[in-house]
Design a binder for this molecule. Sequence first.
Ligand code: NDP
Length: 454
Amino acid sequence: MGIASINPATGEVMKTYDPLTDKELATKLDKAAAAFVLHRETSFAYRAERMIKAAEILEDEKDQFGRLMSLEMGKPIQAAIDEAVKSAWACRYYAEHAERFLADEAVETSANRSYIRYQPLGPVLAIMPWNYPFWQVIRFVAPALMAGNVGLLKHASNVPQSALAVEDVFLRAGFAEGVFQTLLVGASKVEGILADPRIAAATLTGSEGAGVQVGISAAKSIKKVVLELGGSDPFIVMKSANFAEAVATAVKARVANNGQSCIAAKRFIVEDSIADRFEKEFVARMEALKVGDPLDRTTELGPLASTSAVEDLHRDVQKSVDAGARLLTGGKPIPGKGSFYPPTVLTDIPRDSPAYSEEFFGPVATIFRVKDAEEAIRIANDTRFGLGASVWTQDESERDHLIQELEAGMVFVNKMVASDPRVPFGGVKRSGFGRELGPFGIREFTNVKTVWIE
Ligand code: NDP
């Protein structure tokens, strides 16, 4: 169904939208181009004042924004409220640090004076997913606007109300019209928009397939693109780990956001001597999760974002079981209204099954047993993805070895992988390229200009 908010907990169609006509789209692109001419000339102080106002709006209205996210894509209400607050944090972070991150950098050469200047690129198209309807957008828009770029958001077609709400936050914060706009368009429009000379660059968070398409479109017009794609993150538990903390965090790391996060831990790689105990406790904790209405504050696992998400996930679980994987719990969609899938755990994963090679976007965990750190590294790296990795060990040399050898954009030790405005976020291999957040994130959409004065 086109562009529509459908409550995944009930199946109720809440609101539908007509996509922009070509004429309306052209007007928005014109507005963005005109806004850039003025916005790029504004001072950091001017932008920061408005960015802080945006943070205040997000904090003041966190309950309404949280409810909206829960209704549109099903995340538990407290997590949704926390997302609005975290989005405010990113606004404040870049309001405070953008000027320093983008200050001229002197370079010693034979020139009389030489330095690097960071300048904005222009209107940037952000193609964003539904899983963190506010956070994904704001972690792009806060640095982009602070750098002097303007933003255009093509949000996922199932979260149009969130898309419009975020646009409204930045308008109310005092950014000029055209500085940040939502484009209610389907995915088929992206190639044309990206080819338009008014667009300077693009960023996508989403699936591998969308990444390939957007990468091709960007290449055709030689435009900069940042791709933040899927992950099949390992969660490695060695025998020296704090076991109780590791197993409790493992469950959280798998089911956060109803299991629909690129950095969710998906493959649990456990040293043999503790594997029986881990499996038993992990399964018990997964089974104890309270599944239900995301607006109920006691719910720990809400619905998947759509019925097709349930179908896709279940198909891969079924194929894996057919291929020989052993189902320890769950494994069948929950009947009734809404797109609910139960906490599910698989083990004895055959190498040729989807459970080994695909990203499971839902509350399905896979457990692997390994004899030592070498085997853990081999299995962890035996994937086309390379986003995050979580490592649980108290042994320093083992820790350092794992940090060094894991093919991932991010390694978290004795902690689950999480995004944080202060540190770069992104992956290697087919998880994408480029970085969001931190100083690297704000420099992605700048012209790194070399200045040489003889
Ligand atoms: P998609 O990649 O299809 O959607 C993400 C965004 O990309 C949406 O705005 C979508 O628009 C747009 N898009 C989709 N296809 C294209 C295309 N060919 N060209 C340009 N833009 C496109 O994700 P899904 O929602 O379908 O989720 C499917 C899978 O993607 C998940 O199972 C998961 O593996 C992965 N995923 C990863 C995320 C992450 O955080 N890394 C987030 C979401 C999904 P529209 O909604 O209009 O189709």
